[in-house]
Design a protein around this ligand. Structure first.
Ligand SMILES: [Zn+2]
Length: 275
């Protein structure tokens, strides 16, 4: 757990509690954020690990909780919600889709893009952020110029965008939307805080554009299966990430097929003539 970090919001603050679920995709573990002053909000309860939920309770102390928010339904972000709701008697703030897919009761505070959640530090605006999965939202805290990105932007490396849940075209639109916000800091769901949000979002957008060009180049050279393209585009990759990388290649290919820049014939991907 890291200590209380003051943010430039006229007295608001953020505490970070890191879960013990480190891995190649979760980096050093899922980050649960507590925003104050009270009544606080909790963003992403994290995995259903008793030690982690204990640490979240300790970090909250006696503070009242205005809402327990979740960015998306994946277990490393939302599975601890059911237990934490009971421990804190806190209302769940989530999209109905996220709550349903995480097997939670319908949310007390149903969220949708454009809605907001009030707490002691101001309010959080819900920003639609499909791409990593369809139900993903980010939380924008305008008083602190802060954005809580879940799995949409990570503190290190890039996000997992892979079919069937991942949608590269939606993800690119989401990144453009986030780049339009006035931000001083990003708090990702995994990895360290990002102090240069505009630069990071620009880097993320440019990275995906470059990957798309690399996929098209590989197709132009006659490579035609996701595995072949992955081996070309992600040379020297940690083998534990082959599956994730191939998923990302598939997400790029699906976008290119939708755009009619690529076609599929008998399981092989082929560039259309204007490529
Ligand atoms: Zn996720």
């Amino acid at each position: 757990m890291s200590g209380k970090a003051m943010v430039d919001s006229g007295g608001g603050w953020v505490k970070t509690v890191i879960a013990a679920n480190a891995g190649p995709l979760t980096l050093d573990g899922t980050r649960t954020y507590i925003l104050g002053p009270a009544p606080c909000v909790v963003i992403d309860p994290g995995p259903d690990l008793a030690d982690h939920l204990d640490a979240v309770e300790v970090a909250l102390g006696t503070s009242q909780v205005a809402a327990l928010c979740i960015t998306h339904h994946h277990a490393d972000h939302a599975a601890g919600a059911a237990d934490l709701i009971l421990r804190l008697a806190a209302p769940l703030a989530a999209t109905p889709e996220s709550a349903e897919q995480a097997a939670l009761d319908p949310p007390d505070l149903p969220l949708a893009p454009g809605s907001s959640v009030s707490f002691g530090g101001g309010h959080l605006e819900v920003v639609g952020a499909p791409g990593h999965c369809p139900d993903h939202v980010c939380f924008h805290w305008p008083q602190a110029r802060a954005l809580f990105t879940g799995d949409t932007v990570l503190g290190e490396g890039t996000s997992m965008i892979a079919p069937p849940e991942g949608d590269m075209a939606a993800y690119m639109s989401t990144l453009e939307r986030l780049a339009g916000l006035e931000l001083s800091i990003i708090y990702p769901g995994h990895g360290p805080e990002i102090d240069e949000p505009a630069d990071k979002l620009h880097e993320y957008i440019e990275h995906r554009r470059q990957r798309e060009r690399q996929v098209l180049d590989a197709l132009g050279e006659g490579l035609s299966t996701p595995a072949e393209i992955r081996a070309r585009v992600y040379e020297g990759l940690d083998p534990r990430l082959f599956g994730a990388a191939e998923g990302s290649v598939l997400a790029h290919l699906a976008k290119l097929v939708d755009e009619k820049r690529v076609r599929v014939e008998e399981g092989r991907y082929l560039p259309n003539s204007q490529q």
